[in-house]
Design a binder for this molecule. Structure first.
Ligand SMILES: Cc1cc2nc3c(=O)[nH]c(=O)nc-3n(C[C@H](O)[C@H](O)[C@H](O)COP(=O)(O)OP(=O)(O)OC[C@H]3O[C@@H](n4cnc5c(N)ncnc54)[C@H](O)[C@@H]3O)c2cc1C
Length: 346
């Protein structure tokens, strides 16, 4: 019988059973002690930030859940550049808002993304044309196996589209991010905008550098229309954000999709052709608001699966499976989940 706090309280999706053991660590020595105790007792460890990209089974997690509460922020200015070290436990959205209000440019398009700073390198968080890999210089990690604090250069982090070395080696004493070092620009202007929808919304051209604050505000406004800013009064935000990543297709898959659905949108990226997962989901018959048991597709965003009141992880997974199978049978494309799933198989 697991007696710790429930993941339904620890995650934004609001589903999931209890943790067996739970520790909140405010600093590196506390993290070190918690991990070394767990290791000596042969316990599994799950590192937790804000729980906004995590879905845990209704049975919960047998092991130690370590919530990272390492705070702090230090800035070193060098001309127009600033090196910012942010503690892994800092709230990302508040940190970005603070940087914007101080005239530090480079994170504005990532305004409003929930969760902690320490989780941003894990899936190389990004939105509206910016991602953490563009500004991350170093990631400091606690290596429980070696018992040391290591500084990893950005090039060692294996950043890719919604992935990194951290995402690929999560459980079982993988490295725990304790702080992230970013390089930002001291400027009242945003970085050049690269996202068509944001440019259209702001009435500027691609590559323009509108005022930093206006850009952050526009991003927040757009995100709210999609239920992508956490809001206790908006049931569409009871999610883990996008449930599926946008698939990157091979040449053969692109040809097959063109045969099945010539109207499907796509764009070239390194390594293939990306197709919006939201388009595939919608055209496989899963419209916004589609419900199945205790889970539903957000009424504002086709890619977000939400838990309805009383919904369980079981319901979330059942709907995700149905969506995945529907897309596979209609388009022959297998969607990959974006959140970390614990004790759950799609
Ligand atoms: C409404 C909503 C909107 C979202 N929008 C976006 C978006 O626009 N772009 C985007 O990229 N994501 C988005 N997300 C997903 C999520 O916010 C990000 O992935 C975020 O970085 C997760 O942070 P967290 O602290 O909540 O991580 P958690 O959910 O607590 O953990 C996620 C994973 O990271 C690991 N982890 C957490 N902290 C650490 C650490 N310090 N060291 C090592 N591993 C760690 C966990 O073990 C787990 O595997 C959204 C989510 C929601 C709910």
């Amino acid at each position: 019988m697991l007696t710790g706090p429930f993941f339904s309280e620890l995650t934004t999706m609001g589903v999931g059973g209890p943790a067996e053991y739970f520790a909140e660590v405010p600093d590196v020595p506390a993290l070190r002690d918690a991990l070394s105790d767990a290791r000596s007792q042969g316990r599994q460890v799950l590192v937790l930030g804000g729980g906004s990209n995590l879905v845990v089974s209704d049975e919960g997690f047998a092991g130690l859940v370590v919530r990272i509460g390492i705070k702090g922020c230090r800035k070193d200015f060098d001309g127009d550049l600033v090196r910012v070290d942010v503690g892994a436990g800092e709230d990302w959205a508040s940190f970005v808002a603070q940087c914007v209000s101080e005239g530090l440019s480079g994170l504005e398009c990532m305004s409003g993304i929930p969760g902690t700073a320490g989780a941003t390198p894990v899936q190389n968080v990004g939105a509206y044309g910016q991602e953490v890999a563009q500004v991350a210089r170093e990631v400091t990690v606690w290596d429980a196996r070696g018992g040391s604090l290591n500084v990893m250069q950005a090039e060692e982090c294996g950043f890719g589209y919604r992935t990194s070395v951290f995402k690929r080696q999560r459980l079982e004493y993988g490295p725990v991010v304790t702080s992230v070092t970013l390089c930002l620009e001291r400027s009242v202007l945003s970085q050049p905008l690269r996202y068509g929808e944001l440019c259209r919304y702001m009435g500027v051209k691609l590559g323009a550098r509108p005022p930093l604050r206006e850009t952050a505000e526009a991003v927040l406004e757009l995100r709210r229309t999609k239920g992508m800013v956490l809001d206790a009064d908006d049931p569409d935000t009871k999610s883990a954000g996008s449930f599926f990543t946008n698939p990157v297709l091979s040449v053969d898959q692109v040809a097959e999709l063109a045969r099945l659905a010539p109207e499907a949108p796509s764009f070239k990226v390194t390594g293939g052709t990306k197709v919006p997962a939201a388009w595939l989901v919608e055209h496989a018959g899963f419209a916004r608001g589609f419900e199945m048991g205790g889970a539903a597709i957000s009424s504002k965003h086709t890619l977000a699966i939400t838990a309805k009141p009383g919904g369980r992880a079981f319901d979330v997974v059942r709907l995700a499976r149905a969506v995945r199978a529907g897309v596979a049978s209609r388009f022959g494309i297998w969607l990959e989940p974006e959140p970390t799933l614990i004790g759950l198989d799609l």
